[in-house]
Design a binder for this molecule. Structure first.
Ligand SMILES: Cc1cc2nc3c(=O)[nH]c(=O)nc-3n(C[C@H](O)[C@H](O)[C@H](O)COP(=O)(O)OP(=O)(O)OC[C@H]3O[C@@H](n4cnc5c(N)ncnc54)[C@H](O)[C@@H]3O)c2cc1C
Length: 260
């Protein structure tokens, strides 16, 4: 798998699953992306057949079979995702990918994965890769309620390697994903673990602070709004200790140590 190649392609939708109010999983036949993507990367999708809306919408790769199929999971939040949700099996999606820099898997450290809401897709793909490599891991997923459980995809529920949190307590533990992450970190030597996180920005900022204070190696994936998706427009830049960096190109995955 590589982080340096991309293509524009037309990927037929082979399966659609609407698993909660406004949450969709699309399976696409996209061999080039499936064969070249790595966890943390995304595709930039033209949501409509027409030229409006003009800007593509970035979506993380939730899964890849490494051969031909990729899965995307998205929440309808506005105009673009609402149009996307109207697509049907057999439609072709115009997309560019794989884009962005992936997670770097630290082989000699136990992986602590934490995903929140629609930040779970890249964490799911990373889990699949870590599981494939048989690396030690613990996965935490936080979501609104039990109806959203399918966000966690193939991550097995109720094993000792997994904790699911819901805002309303309707499934798993009631509360935020950061709480089990703190417990995990309290129980280990900080040098023995690496944290990988994607979720809403307040979650990312809290995890960055937590890991930097404890000297824990940590990578976070930002889901900043963006325009071009491949570094030309710099519209998605965020401030880091190294200066402004483009989420679409230097990111979306950054080291927590790049932030205060
Ligand atoms: C690298 C990357 C990966 C992403 N992966 C996923 C994914 O796997 N699944 C998923 O559901 N979403 C993901 N997103 C977010 C997704 O791209 C946006 O939700 C989508 O572009 C919104 O388009 P829209 O036209 O529906 O909403 P708009 O009409 O553009 O916006 C609707 C509302 O949502 C807010 N909004 C839009 N985009 C974002 C954002 N990125 N962060 C916070 N608020 C936003 C707007 O400010 C506005 O209030 C990802 C974003 C990035 C940058």
């Amino acid at each position: 798998m590589s982080g340096s190649v991309k293509q524009q392609l037309f990927a037929p939708i082979v399966e659609i699953d609407r698993f909660a109010d406004g949450l969709y999983r699309f399976a696409l036949n996209a061999p080039f992306v499936a064969q070249h993507c790595a966890p943390g990367q995304f595709v930039n999708v033209k949501v409509a057949h027409e030229n409006y809306p003009l800007l593509r919408r970035p979506l993380s790769i939730h899964d890849s079979d490494g051969i031909r199929r990729i899965d995307l999971v998205f929440r309808v939040v506005g105009e673009g995702t609402a149009i996307l949700a109207e697509r049907r099996v057999g439609d072709e999606l115009d997309l560019i990918g794989p884009l962005g820099s992936p997670f770097r898997i630290i082989k000699d450290k136990r992986a602590l994965l934490a995903g929140g809401g629609v930040g779970i897709p890249p964490i799911h793909f990373l889990f699949r890769e870590i599981q494939r490599r048989e690396l030690p891991h613990f996965v935490i997923c936080g979501m609104r309620n039990k109806d959203e459980a399918a966000l966690a995809g193939a991550i097995p529920y109720e094993t000792e390697h997994y904790e699911l949190c819901t805002d309303d307590g309707s499934l798993g533990r009631k509360g935020l994903a950061i709480d089990p992450l703190i417990e995990q970190l309290n129980a280990v030597d900080p040098a023995s673990v690496a944290v990988y996180c994607c979720g809403p920005e307040p979650m990312l900022r809290a995890v960055i602070r937590l890991c930097n204070e404890r000297g824990v190696e940590c990578q976070v994936s930002f889901e900043q709004q963006m325009a071009c998706g491949f570094g030309a427009c710099i519209g998605c830049s965020i401030e880091t200790k190294k200066g402004y960096q483009r989420v679409c190109t230097e990111g979306p995955v950054f080291s927590a140590s790049d932030f205060e």
